[in-house]
Write a protein that binds this ligand. Structure first.
Ligand code: ADP
Ligand code: MG
Length: 297
């Protein structure tokens, strides 16, 4: 049967290339799969070989995406239990990694959560809801500025936290500033080595994040990236990719979140973390099963 099949193939494909190209693509995809890199099609593999710029999302891509609460700084006579109880009740309705950190910290202290009403997630800024008759607002500094919450006395301590690569989040109860809660997300063990490997191969590595500028700067420095864009709203991420493409860069975008999905689809090659959200995986051409950046290199 093998002799007959081979004979038919050789007669049907007089041009050796007709067999060689799909075969090498197939073998390549198979080899990649062994290394935990799933490639959706041959075109993705071939475009990936031409990538000149790799854009990395920060949270969940360079970092583990499992942040933990590290500091709570209280304001206006609010107590820590009161603040954590309210903020965790609010975040229990959000699917953001930051929200999980907050809920987890309240659970560790065995704090009972209340039901949240009128919950609203504000993309790239934070969340709001009503809990126990109190109007809660939680998110980044931009959100406080937008809603006119006075937090001027705490800007400096937020900056100190950000310099340590922590993300400072602002909490307001009934339009009154109540606390800064800092959250830190550890960098994956192999991110630094993988980024160095890419750079050594002459690939331009850029970081893109919705997080605050000082935190982004601290993380970029730790992993050896000197080009980064911070405070990028979800809808702006894909525009950033287009800017690079207009400068004739072949862009490989790497991300894990819902907010990365449009950018993954826009890039020449979208690379999703297998540990990320389903929508990111659906929008990507390549999936890194183990979530390690070495998969790109
Ligand atoms: P990224 O995944 O790149 O960090 P996001 O757009 O998801 O970006 O978030 C950007 C910023 O918006 C966060 O760093 C945080 O300050 C704020 N934010 C978003 N969602 C929440 C939330 N559920 N709770 C608190 N802050 C949030
Ligand atoms: Mg992310």
């Amino acid at each position: 049967a093998i002799v007959s099949a081979t004979t038919v193939l050789i007669i049907a494909c007089p041009c050796a290339l007709g067999l060689a190209t799909p075969m090498s693509v197939m073998v390549g995809i198979g080899k990649a799969a062994e290394a935990g890199v799933l490639i959706r099609n041959g075109e993705a593999l071939q475009t990936a070989s031409k990538i000149t710029t790799v854009i990395l999302d920060k949270t969940g891509t360079i970092t583990l995406g499992t942040p933990k609460v590290t500091d709570v700084k209280l304001a206006n006579n609010f107590t820590e239990t009161e603040v954590l109880q309210l903020v965790a009740s609010l975040e229990s309705l959000s699917e953001h990694p930051l929200a999980l950190a907050i809920v987890e910290s309240a659970r560790a202290l065995r704090i009972q959560l209340s039901a949240a009403h009128d919950f609203n997630a504000i993309p790239g800024l934070g969340v709001e809801a009503n809990v126990d008759g109190r109007q809660l607002l939680f998110g980044n500094e931009k959100l406080m500025l937008e809603r006119g919450i006075d937090h001027t006395d705490y800007i400096e301590s937020a900056q100190d936290l950000a310099i340590e690569a922590k993300t400072p989040l602002y909490f307001a109860i009934d339009n009154k500033f109540a606390a800064i809660i800092a959250v830190a997300d550890p960098i994956k063990d192999d991110s630094v080595a993988a980024i160095k490997r890419l750079q050594k191969n002459g690939i331009r590595v850029v970081m893109l994040t919705g997080d605050n500028r000082d935190t982004a700067k601290a993380v970029a420095k730790k992993v050896g990236i000197n080009e980064f864009f911070a405070e990028v709203l979800p809808q702006q991420k894909s525009l950033k990719i287009q800017e690079f493409q207009q400068r004739n860069e072949i862009v490989g975008m790497t991300g894990d979140g819902i907010n990365d999905a449009p950018a993954l689809a826009t890039a020449d090659v979208g690379i999703a973390m297998g540990t990320g959200t389903d929508i990111a995986i659906e929008s990507a051409d390549i999936v890194l099963i183990r979530g390690s950046l070495h998969g790109i290199a």
